[in-house]
Design a protein around this ligand. Sequence first.
Ligand code: DX5
Ligand code: ZN
Length: 229
Amino acid sequence: MSRRTRISGLRQAAPIVLPSLLLCDFGNLEREVERLELAGVNGLHLDVMDGNFVPNFTYGMPIVAALRKLTDLTLDVHLMIDDPGRYVEDFYEAGADLITIHIESTNQTLEALQRIRNTGAAAGLAINPQTPLSRIQGCIELCDLVLVMSVEAGFGGQSFDEGAISRIRQVNEMTGPECLIEVDGGINQNTIGACADAGAKLFVVGSAIFGKQDYTAAITELVSCAVTS
Ligand code: DX5
Ligand code: ZN
């Protein structure tokens, strides 16, 4: 599927809840993916951390490749690593459909975004809560997605930063209709609605899904909170 087709498909299907696998049961990855597919999700959000850009480690290409074998769902890879441009081809080869880098992680943002697009994947740019939005202004043209972080990148289970709501609104004004807005961190039944109102289309959710027994009920409730806001 082409980059443009994938992005416009996601826009049509919005609001989309993307489970962040950070808190899933990695000993039962196949079962976890099955449960999420049964819950009707459109994609999976994969948090890659290097212990350097953020003070936490997760996983890299092998887990993305393992998931690619298990599912046809869109794989949304969030790279929280230094100098991410070095690895975008590897993540694409592993099966990533959407690759997001952080504006704070490289001084070669435009080159990295272009490298992502050259692979055929959609290109995303993430921004942490403390970083001025003006930093992404010159990069929007190469973005298929802007990821507004509503917690400082690094860990699941943090509380939602309310400042994200006006930042989503501002990013919505900075970007055209071709660019999707995603929000990540502390998204739950109480915070998702305001983010949807502000213009976010994709909602990354970790603890508010994996902390529950019934994934289908949790996801259905999240989507309805985003729709009825
Ligand atoms: C944080 C990650 C998030 C996180 C979301 O750096 O990017 O994807 O896992 O988890 P919750 O929903 O628990 O904040
Ligand atoms: Zn993430």
